[in-house]
Design a protein around this ligand. Structure first.
Ligand code: ZN
Length: 396
């Protein structure tokens, strides 16, 4: 027997032994007599466990311990223990037997169903889990909340955003006020997922409707403004696109660089160079992220030439140095065109920067090269932000 299995066997043995003792005491108190069969099943179970035959041992243990309100916790603990140890099939078997043979009341049956839902999810049997979650909609609040939270996880994995929204709305009704903000932030992203899908299909009205709902769920969700900006731009509503994208600086200034190109393109489509100038000046005011400064410098280089870009950059680089800006500084150098080393340095820096992660999750620290709204590390929504690559000044 492997060490892991042996450990599991010992744990199950202790759990079931305690349960058996608890049932034994109940039977003594109730003047039930302990039959010889009880002992026999318990020791048969023990024998199966020691011989690494968990399926048979579970059957024997369940037969050895009468299922009632007093022993239910122990049976549930056995199912839970098996699932946590990766024995998902055994765990499902325990819960299914409990549902099939017990004479439990509704509340107790719902506890068993909740355990079964967790094991179905662990086994990837999402259809069965969903069916049980539906049945638990009439359970007491605590079980309903637990089931809905599991439902949210399942619907996200399946990308079933409508179902996820329905579960989130149901959860909002049952949750305490201090828990609602987190659920609303998630639901806002579910609506954004639907909006992006509709935008891809050029169903602009439907996409707008979802975006409006996403904003109602979480006004600070910067993603709603980015999608709306893109949607308006695609429909040639440039003023509306600019209005949506400028909102980002008040929602979350670390995302302003993400909207820069589309704002400039919208002003250019309107042929409004005065507004571009004003927008550039405004962008250069503090607080300025390195990402935004880089965008501005690149734009100025294209529109006003190398000299102006160099002037703007050199005014700021000393107070806010970053590797990206140093790379630009090398290219903007007067000797860059005649100095072959400048191109080489820039190439080395570009390769280095391309290998660097540009976004980081504020919840778990996971780093990414491209923007994701749901963290692949911790599955949280809306915690990933652009990394501000300014090199921190050393004190003293
Ligand atoms: Zn994370």
């Amino acid at each position: 027997m492997e060490l892991g299995n042996f450990f599991l066997s010992v744990l199950i043995l202790i759990a079931v032994g305690l349960a058996w003792y608890s049932g034994y005491r109940t039977r003594i108190k109730s003047h039930y007599s302990l039959t010889k069969n009880d002992h026999k099943d318990y020791f048969i179970g023990l024998n199966y466990l020691l011989n690494d035959e968990p399926d048979q041992s579970i059957d024997a243990f369940i037969s050895s311990l009468e299922i009632n309100s007093t022993t239910l916790e122990s049976h549930l603990a056995l199912g839970d223990l098996l699932r946590r140890r990766g024995k998902v099939d055994g765990s499902i078997a325990v819960y299914q037997k409990l549902l099939a043979i017990s004479q439990l009341d509704n509340k107790e049956l719902n506890q068993v169903k909740l355990g079964l839902v967790k094991s179905y999810v662990a086994a990837g049997l999402f259809d069965r889990a969903e069916k049980l979650i539906d049945e638990l909609k009439v359970a007491d609040t605590k079980i309903q909340i637990a089931a809905l939270k599991i439902g949210l996880t399942v619907y996200q994995l399946e990308k079933e955003w409508q179902k996820a929204i329905k579960a989130a709305n149901h959860l909002l009704k049952l949750s305490m006020p201090n828990e609602r903000q987190e659920i609303q932030a998630k639901a806002s992203h579910f609506y954004c997922e639907l909006a992006e899908k509709e935008l891809d299909l050029q169903h602009y009205n439907q996409a707008k409707e979802y975006l409006s709902k996403a904003r109602n769920m979480d006004k600070a969700n910067v993603r709603t403004s980015l999608i709306l900006g893109k949607l308006e731009f695609e429909q040639a509503n440039y003023k509306q696109a600019i209005k949506a994208l400028l909102k980002i600086s008040t929602q979350n200034p670390s995302f302003t660089a993400e909207a820069f190109d589309l704002i400039i393109a919208s002003y250019q489509a309107l042929n409004n160079h005065k507004k571009i100038q004003k927008f550039i000046e405004h962008s250069l005011e503090d607080p300025l992220s390195a990402g935004l400064l880089l965008k501005v410098i690149q734009y100025i280089k294209g529109s006003e030439g190398r000299g102006k870009a160099k002037e703007v950059l050199f005014q700021r680089i000393e107070s806010k140095p970053s590797i990206e800006l140093l790379g630009q500084a090398i290219l903007l150098n007067d000797n860059a065109e005649i100095d072959p080393n400048a191109e080489k340095f820039h190439e080395i820096l570009t390769n280095y920067l391309e290998s660097k992660t540009k976004y980081q999750c504020g919840s778990c620290g996971f780093e990414l090269k491209s923007l994701h709204w749901q963290c692949p590390g911790c599955n949280e929504w809306g915690f990933i932000k652009p990394i501000d690559p300014f090199i921190k000044e050393v004190d003293g």
